[in-house]
Design a protein around this ligand. Structure first.
Ligand code: NAP
Length: 295
């Protein structure tokens, strides 16, 4: 058996096309243009690339982007002041502070200062709490993207054993929480593994759906999965640079060998990655509708 590839690029494109149409009708029918405010502090080159791609995506969809670029030495108080202004600005629907922030700034204090109704990244404790009790407002973008990938591939986690490897606050913990909810597109039995888990393979082999968010190239090998497993590979590991200067990426899963046993598998790149930015756009449009009382 050879796995069916879950094409994250195609699924995200479909979602983005739907969003573009929605943005057009919001403007023509209600005179509303969604607006995402991004804040970038310092000179981290990866962060600059991430923010630039978010801004580009906004442009493609007709979403206004309002970008603040601040020097490395910006103080926590200065950053909080800017966030307060964006919180109070009715034209701003989403606020995204690109992380990591410079070391002298307390990341939690900054993320918690964002108005939870504009927290399109879904990291504010109010939104995390709402997710846990099954009353979500905004879900964190990468786990939300995984849920949509499964839904749009016709894979129903209900009654299945979902094994998540990794327990970060941005991927592992939230996707486990989302999958365990008594809700459509979820309702799974969930196991979370991490670096202190003994004999990880004994858990991964039980997985009907395996979600790898570890940050270690090809960590999940073919002997660690059962026949027919659905594999979602979140890992984005740079393993080199091509002759044209492009980053060579590899997932947390040994794709070539695991795909011979799996029923479905996401590639890296082109799997989970494109969904993350699509869900950010989705949340920005959702916020614009909610702030304007539109269903
Ligand atoms: P992270 O914060 O570094 O967390 C990694 C998790 O993996 C931790 O919970 C860690 O366990 C666990 N882990 C590490 N080594 C392990 C081992 N040998 N055995 C079992 N568990 C182990 O990483 P992250 O932010 O979740 O990201 C994970 C990967 O996904 C990275 O490659 C990242 O680049 C990628 N990513 C991709 C997207 C996307 O949009 N495609 C978004 C976010 C992240 P402990 O908790 O015990 O340390």
């Amino acid at each position: 058996m050879e796995a069916q590839i879950i094409d994250g690029k195609a699924i995200s494109r479909q979602l983005l096309d739907e969003l573009k149409a929605e943005v057009e009708s919001l403007e023509s029918e209600h005179g509303i243009k969604p607006c995402l405010a991004t804040i970038l502090v310092g000179n981290d080159s990866a962060s600059q690339v991430y923010v630039a791609s978010k801004v580009r995506m906004c442009e493609q969809l007709g979403i206004t982007s309002y970008n603040t670029v601040l020097p490395e030495e910006t103080t926590e108080e200065e950053l909080l002041e800017i966030i307060e202004k964006l919180n109070a600005d009715p034209a701003v629907n989403g606020i995204l502070v690109q992380v990591p922030l410079p070391k002298h700034i307390n990341e939690h204090r900054i993320l918690f200062a964002i108005n939870s109704k504009k927290d399109v990244d879904g990291f504010h404790p109010m939104n995390v709490g709402r997710m846990v009790i099954g009353e979500p407002h905004f879900l964190p973008c990468t786990p939300h993207g995984i849920k949509v990938l499964l839904e749009r591939s016709g894979i129903d986690p209900s009654g299945k054993h979902v094994v998540v490897v990794g327990r970060s606050n941005i991927v592992g913990k939230p996707i486990a929480n989302i999958m365990v909810q008594k809700a459509a597109g979820a309702n799974a039995t969930v196991t979370i593994c991490h670096s202190a888990t003994k004999d990880i393979a004994s858990y991964t082999r039980q997985a009907d759906i395996l979600i790898a968010a570890i940050g270690k190239p090809k960590f999940i090998t073919a002997d660690m999965v059962k026949e027919g497993v659905v594999v979602i590979d979140v890992g984005t590991n740079q393993i080199g640079v091509s002759s044209t200067g492009k980053r060579i990426l590899c997932g947390d899963v040994d794709f070539e060998n695991v795909k011979k046993k799996a029923s479905y598998i996401t590639p890296v790149p082109g799997g989970v990655g494109p969904m993350t930015i699509a869900m950010l756009m989705y949340d920005t449009v959702k916020s614009a509708k909610m702030m304007n009382g539109i269903k």
